[in-house]
Design a protein around this ligand. Structure first.
Ligand SMILES: NC(=O)c1ccc[n+]([C@@H]2O[C@H](COP(=O)([O-])OP(=O)(O)OC[C@H]3O[C@@H](n4cnc5c(N)ncnc54)[C@H](O)[C@@H]3O)[C@@H](O)[C@H]2O)c1
Length: 285
């Protein structure tokens, strides 16, 4: 879908990748509603971007807020064409050490809010028989990249890819979907819990993370690649060439496991669940 003349909403649109997407939308002749928990940053960005941008406050970690926000955005704009379910944050710490509060925070923000944002807007598009597009923000962690200390975050980004992959089979033909899988991007990601009640990382750890993030790809480059890919309606949006090696390594391990443990012998389709569901559906007609 080409953004020109379209109306978009970007959650987590006040900073980082979301802000760069909002700016690129306006640069390409679209309108954008910047939705963020940080209304000051959202408003100053909207002001800088001019008449084709507006700001709305919403903490997307609560479902009722998302539905109310979607209602208000829909009423104010007359309908949305493209939705960027982008708000998200990191969570660091070994899986055997981190607490349930961090799990709940990061799965609610990175997974549940993405699902509910898609649900709120896609159902409104369907009700009004309107063409639309969804873009959910995953990560290179969705593709197979991982490192020690990122377990909760990696889990959320696999979940985002999994839901997007199923959604593309469930959505009507009138609604497209992409999953944005960026790598290291220079944003405020290292301060990702700044709006939560959870304590920040210890100062030295946060300083280290900020120094790493500062070496990332400019968010503007990620935003340009994202809108180019959405114009082509590509499902996977990849921005960092280095992430390919992680995806290949993941596939090679899977391939080797199948070769050793479940080689293609005999009737390989016998237990193919897609085929079996089709067969049983026919029996149930
Ligand atoms: N920066 C990276 O290297 C990188 C790489 C891959 C994926 N991502 C993903 O990109 C997305 C954006 O991250 P970023 O790097 O731009 O981070 P960022 O911290 O710079 O921006 C995140 C934005 O989300 C907002 N936000 C946080 N909690 C919110 C809430 N509850 N409700 C509404 N808005 C909220 C913040 O105020 C902020 O404006 C995330 O989903 C992240 O996982 C980032």
């Amino acid at each position: 879908m080409d953004i020109k003349g379209k109306t978009a909403v970007v959650t987590g649109g006040a900073a980082g990748i979301g802000a760069a997407i909002a700016e690129e939308i306006v640069n390409r002749g679209g309108k954008v509603v910047i939705v963020d928990i940080d209304i000051d940053d959202a408003q100053s960005l909207a002001q800088r971007l001019g008449d084709n941008a507006s700001a709305m406050v919403c903490d997307v970690s609560t479902g009722a807020n998302i539905d109310a926000m979607a209602d208000q955005v829909w009423t104010n704009t007359g309908g949305v064409d493209i939705v960027f379910a982008n708000a998200g944050a990191g969570a660091t710490g070994p899986l055997l050490d981190v607490g349930e509060d961090l799990f709940d925070f990061v799965f609610t923000l990175n997974v549940k809010s993405v699902w509910l944002t898609c649900k709120a807007f896609a159902n409104r598009m369907i009700q009004e028989d309107r063409q639309g597009y969804l873009c959910v923000t995953g990560s290179e962690h969705s593709l197979g990249l991982q490192h020690a200390g990122s377990g909760l975050y990696t889990g959320t980004k696999h979940a985002v890819l999994g839901m997007a992959d199923v959604l593309r089979r469930e959505l009507p033909d009138t609604i497209g979907i992409s999953v944005l899988c960026p790598g290291l991007t220079s944003t405020r990601f290292a301060e990702g819990r700044r709006h939560s009640r959870l304590p920040p990382d210890p100062p030295q750890m946060e300083a280290f993370a900020k120094a790493v993030m500062a070496k990332g790809m400019p968010a503007a480059d990620v935003a340009k690649a994202t809108l180019d890919a959405i114009a082509r309606e590509d499902f996977f949006i990849v921005t960092h060439a280095n992430a390919r090696a992680a995806a290949e390594k993941r596939w090679q391990e899977i391939d080797a496991a199948f070769a050793h443990q479940a080689p293609p012998e005999g009737d390989v389709d016998k237990y193919d669940v897609t085929r079996v569901i089709g067969e049983v559906s026919n029996e149930f007609k």
